[in-house]
Write a protein of this length. Structure first.
Length: 153
């Protein structure tokens, strides 16, 4: 079954390192990712490939405990770009990729793609396709909150 793909992006008035620090501040992600709560780092390490985090995710009135594992860890460097890749290991499987690209004037382009495998066969696929616009709306709101948080510092 094909994954549901949701892609959102934004330009944020903050340096890539500031955004990276917020993206990888696991326990405080709920400040900008309002559909998620109760973040818990499960792995012994807190940075790099292999970090595992559990969180409760609630979208469209449905709540589930999601576990993610970091599989790409490329913090900002001199090239001005970075990439954080995650694998969803919970009820909904798939992956997420967040890429940061440095722009002039201390701005950053953030592009976020989620590729989600629906649970429950055809019924789950139909339901997730109906929810895809809600996912996109939720993720755009998340980016607005992340941008506001990043710009405050």
């Amino acid at each position: 079954m094909r994954p549901i793909v949701v892609t959102v992006g934004a330009e944020i008035s903050a340096a890539p390192q500031r955004l990276w620090d917020l993206l990888t501040d696991w326990e405080n992600q709920g400040e900008w990712m309002r559909e998620a709560s109760d973040f818990e780092v499960l792995s012994p390490q807190r940075s790099g490939i292999g970090v595992t985090v559990a969180t409760t995710v609630r979208i469209g009135g449905i709540a589930t405990r999601d576990r993610i594992r970091i599989d790409v860890w490329q913090p900002p460097d001199r090239s001005g770009s970075s990439h954080l890749g995650i694998v969803h290991l919970g009820w909904i499987k798939g992956r997420g990729d967040i890429r940061l690209t440095e722009l002039p004037n201390a701005r950053t382009r953030l592009d976020w793609t989620e590729q989600l495998q629906p649970p429950l066969g055809l019924a789950g696929a139909a339901g997730m396709r109906l929810f895809a616009p809600l996912f996109a709306c939720t993720f755009r709101r998340d980016l607005a909150l992340l941008g506001a948080l990043a710009e405050r510092a």
